[in-house]
Design a protein around this ligand. Structure first.
Ligand SMILES: [Zn+2]
Length: 518
């Protein structure tokens, strides 16, 4: 990674010191709704069938990032959508990557530019796991789980029930904002309201593939992409269904960790308690790195964690508590965390064991001491942690415990020379990032979102998931704020992904307000 966490730290402090006003918050009755939101609601009510059809049309184009032909079709469709709205559209390309669709719409007299991000690619979809087909959008009268029936998309008549859901890959992640922005532009135009800022739309085509060319595109087109702020429109609203604004995202890195026993499977009766058992070694090693409450036990692991600001602590305390409901929904009696809430835990680093592979169970179980055992681990990083820092601390920890670290499978000489061998394969990953909540831009987004919703919004200093937000920050200078619209129960990344219409309707009002009032 090119940027050190320290730069951001200083900027955050400077920004926090410069900001004197308190964050806006809604009075008990809620703020007055913005004219833009009111106009967007009226426009939507009159055009909801065509908005749903426009989204369904986009969803019918398969969009896995690795399928170049499909991706180009998506890019062409998204371009056409914004050309129809009078935007100047370009495809930003670097070799071997899906293009970014970049649309520009200047506002008369506007001094500032705000860039809205969404992505048009989607996760792979296995049709065998879907009810229906991933790329044949279906509108249902509610959720599939409740047995809701299908409606014919070409035979719809308004008003549509806002609890109806549109099912298709990318309905919520992340084509909904692409059509939501367009509908918001239409609504403002029909009400004669001009945007208050120059609008830019940046639609990535390989987010679900891990954004391998995002850095290259942002740097190649840096001059064209100059902006005063970014608004990232990806991910779900809060589980309480209240709108959610996030100011940061956790970073990530991953590790495959293999430990070794004998060089071939050995009879557990003849050699048990004598030949080293790699499965036991591995599970003990994991225990030494992380306790059952999720606390990371690796010395120094928390040293780089930037303390939360008073505004961030207040925001976390104000997040509606949904832990008990979620425990029921997900079927467990007691969470990890030693009494801390989900939102508090999201603001700490995490070590997650995502898989263990060794030996066999069930019918394949054999009384044997196996040669090796592998754990796959993902780390979630908070500011100012970096993947390099995590790697250094994990490796130092292993070495102080007597592990000999190798990068390839050990040969016979290495096995003979070292009693404890750990093979490490690290993923790249990226650092966490956070925009101070008390920057003028952050406060403006919160105020606009409250005027759009007519009530308070949930403010998340850091999102639990990881997105490479640091790339958009351009070295920490540009504010980046996340404004998602999808329902939390959208089956993101799995089968039967869906979008609740109410979330799209609310999103259109939110975007119209941001366009008109930032
Ligand atoms: Zn997404």
């Amino acid at each position: 990674m090119k940027r050190s966490g320290k730069t951001l730290f200083r900027l955050s402090l400077a920004a926090a010191a410069a900001a004197s006003c308190a964050l806006p918050s809604a009075a008990a009755s809620g703020p007055a709704r913005s004219p833009a939101a009111i106009a967007a609601r009226a426009y939507r009510a009159a055009h909801e069938v065509e908005i749903v059809r426009e989204l369904a049309g986009l969803l019918a184009i398969p969009n896995q990032a690795s399928d170049a032909a499909d991706i180009e079709k998506n890019a062409a469709a998204v371009s056409a959508l914004y050309e129809r709205r009078g935007a100047t559209v370009r495809l930003l390309r670097v070799p071997g990557a899906p293009p970014v669709v970049y649309a520009a719409l200047d506002a008369p007299g506007a001094a500032r530019t705000v860039t809205f991000y969404a992505h048009y690619d989607g996760q792979p979809a296995d049709p065998r796991q879907w009810t229906g087909e991933p790329f044949r959008p279906v509108l249902r009268r509610g959720t599939l789980e409740s047995g809701a029936s299908e409606l014919a998309l070409d035979d719809l008549a308004a008003p549509l029930d806002p609890e109806w859901r549109l099912y298709a890959r990318s309905a919520s992640d992340d084509k909904a904002p692409i059509v939501g922005f367009a509908a918001a532009l239409d609504a403002l135009k029909s009400a004669g309201i001009s945007p208050s800022v120059n609008l830019r739309f940046f639609f990535e085509g390989e987010e679900e593939a891990g954004s391998p060319h995002l850095e290259a595109i942002l740097s190649r087109y840096a001059a064209d992409l100059r902006t005063d702020a970014w608004v990232l429109c990806d991910g779900p609203v809060h589980q309480s269904r209240r709108p959610q604004i996030f100011f940061g995202a956790r970073g990530t890195t991953g590790l495959e960790l293999t430990v070794y026993g004998p060089n071939r499977g050995l009879h557990s009766g003849h050699y048990g308690n004598w030949a080293p058992n790699p499965i036991v070694r591995l599970t003990h090693l994991i225990d030494a790195m992380r306790d059952e409450d999720g606390r990371i036990l690796i010395p120094g692991f928390g040293d780089d964690v930037l303390p939360l600001s008073p505004a961030e602590k207040r925001a976390i305390a104000a997040v509606p508590r949904i832990d008990e409901e979620l425990e029921k929904e997900f079927g467990f009696a007691r969470p990890e965390g030693g009494g801390a809430s989900l939102v508090e835990l999201i603001h700490r680093p995490a070590l997650n064991v995502r898989g263990i592979s060794a030996g066999h169970v069930g019918e394949q179980a054999a009384n044997v001491i196996v040669p090796e055992a592998t754990a796959s681990i993902d780390f979630r990083l908070v500011p100012d942690e970096t993947p390099e820092g995590v790697r250094r601390k994990v490796e130092a920890f292993l070495e102080t415990r007597g592990w000999f670290i190798v990068r390839e499978a050990p040969d016979a000489a290495t096995r003979a020379a070292h009693p404890m061998i750990a093979r490490l394969a690290w993923e790249g990953g990226y650092p966490a990032a956070r925009t101070p909540m008390d920057l003028p831009f952050s406060r403006a987004v919160v105020a606009a979102a409250e005027r759009a919703a007519g009530g308070p919004v949930v403010m998340m200093p850091t999102l639990g998931g990881s997105i490479p937000m640091y790339l958009f920050q351009g070295g920490g200078k540009t504010p980046v704020v996340g404004v998602p619209i999808a329902n939390h129960d959208n089956n993101q990344h799995s089968a039967n992904e869906n979008l609740r219409l109410k979330n799209l309707w609310d999103g259109i009002e939110l975007y119209a307000t941001l366009f008109a009032e930032l």
